[in-house]
Design a protein around this ligand. Structure first.
Ligand SMILES: [Zn+2]
Length: 77
């Protein structure tokens, strides 16, 4: 019986710690997200001319004024 009580209180304490830490973590993460979303401009998404995959313009390979998802699709070796 005593062991059950000890285990139960340990579980409750564990959950309490978990929530407490998670709460701090979520707060920190939302702060980071707010900062990064304010600093970074809105990402433009472009379509690969060859395979039709949508990629961020930052990651896109530009060849002859057309966007490609990779050097392979752009025909660059
Ligand atoms: Zn492609």
């Amino acid at each position: 019986m005593i062991f059950k009580l000890i285990i139960l209180s340990a579980i409750i304490y564990g959950i309490y710690i978990l929530f407490f830490r998670d709460g701090n973590l979520i707060e920190k993460m939302s702060e980071k997200n707010k900062k990064s979303s304010n600093d970074e401009p809105v990402d433009t998404v472009v379509e690969c001319k060859k395979c039709g995959v949508f990629i961020s313009i930052k990651e896109a390979v530009i060849k002859d004024g057309k966007y490609y998802c990779s050097n392979e699709c752009a025909g660059i070796k």
